[in-house]
Design a protein around this ligand. Structure first.
Ligand code: LMR
Length: 336
């Protein structure tokens, strides 16, 4: 039978079907998996740079297979919404600070205990240890899987007052804190008033006097311009801000094996890149803040630091039960 013998409609239908069959496999292979990565800080920060590096590496390793879209500065989702968005599948990667997982596990509170880690090298040793690595999968039953730890750095304290040398200097002051019960207890131990607040709201809260002060790394204090609306920054190094890059466990497990492996490799390399950069970036931003001459940087004598440490000590006891003594000891061991 010649094609001309078919009724016209049937010829058309078979032609459309044939075209669809020809196009389908091509379309399926060509559509990249979109990986949305949302975070709250600026691009020129340790986390911002590591996220961009991850995009570059992932797209290079998996050409045409993935497209990573990075949304910095709370553009897509801020603190309050990003975990929810991850669990709902609206984004695939986020990297909240370790202080923001209270609702999902109490174990990560170990990272918030004041004066626990001597420096970021100690934090790194703990994160690389078996107990540290185990924490990455500690929220799997809540649908979250940690892919990596990313460094930012040590926290400094800042206020809108002229003096910030001893714990007495913050008595009665209002401080913005991240959503962490440990940090809340830390400021209560200082007789100050903590207020949980999303990162994107801090600048305005400082500027308008809704709060008097905050604690953060040099890179966040610089990139968010907190130093322009604070009078004094004390170099307390009393805690850390580091991150866990987390993904939706179901999404991750459902990825094609080669894509999952490529993304895992890109994550490993981006982590090494960002973690190497973090210290210098913070030091550079500290210098820029000093050069700007807007906020005074208060150096502390050994006795001053000892006084801050002593005032915050009760916090440890309060959270020991939730965190577990073993985990605290493992973290302490990393200081050696
Ligand atoms: C903060 O809320 O102060 C920080 O966790 C922001 C960040 O992601 O570094």
């Amino acid at each position: 039978m010649k094609i001309a013998d078919f009724p016209r409609r049937q010829v058309l239908a078979s032609a459309v079907a044939a075209a669809a069959i020809a196009v389908l496999p091509f379309t399926a292979a060509a559509a990249p998996i979109v990986v949305k990565f949302s975070h709250v800080v600026a691009d020129k920060t340790p986390k911002g740079q590591a996220a961009l590096k991850f995009k570059e590496l992932a797209e290079k390793k998996l050409p045409g297979k993935v497209e990573v879209q990075v949304f910095p500065s709370s553009q897509l989702f801020g603190d309050a919404k990003e975990m929810e968005a991850l669990l709902l599948g609206d984004v695939q990667l986020i990297a909240p600070s370790l202080s923001k997982f209270d609702r999902y596990t109490k174990k990560l509170q170990v990272f918030d205990l004041p004066f626990l880690f001597d420096d970021v090298e100690a934090v790194d040793r703990f994160q690389s240890s078996k107990p540290g690595q185990d924490l990455l999968t500690s929220m799997k039953n809540r649908g979250l899987v940690g892919l990596a730890y990313w460094h930012n750095g040590m926290k400094q304290l800042s206020t809108n007052k002229d003096k910030l040398q001893r714990p007495e200097d913050v008595k009665g002051l209002k401080f913005r804190i991240q959503a962490s019960d440990v940090l809340e207890a830390q400021f209560r131990a200082l007789d100050a008033n903590p207020q949980k607040m999303a990162f994107s709201e801090v600048y305005q809260a400082l500027q308008t006097g809704v709060v008097d002060g905050q604690e953060n790394t040099w890179s966040n204090i610089y990139s968010q311009k907190f130093f322009e609306v604070q009078k004094t920054i004390a170099e307390t190094n009393h805690g850390i801000i580091d991150y866990m890059v987390v993904t939706n466990a179901k999404w991750w497990d459902g990825l094609p094996a080669d894509v999952r492996q490529g993304l895992a490799e890109a994550m490993k390399e981006a982590t090494a890149f960002g973690n190497k950069l973090a210290f210098d970036l913070n030091e550079g931003d500290k210098k820029k803040i000093m050069d700007a001459g807007k906020a005074k940087i208060q150096k502390l004598a050994k006795e001053d630091t000892a006084a801050w440490r002593k005032s915050m000590e009760p916090v440890w006891k309060k959270f020991e039960g939730d965190i577990g003594r073993d985990l605290i000891d493992a973290a302490l061991k990393s200081n050696n």
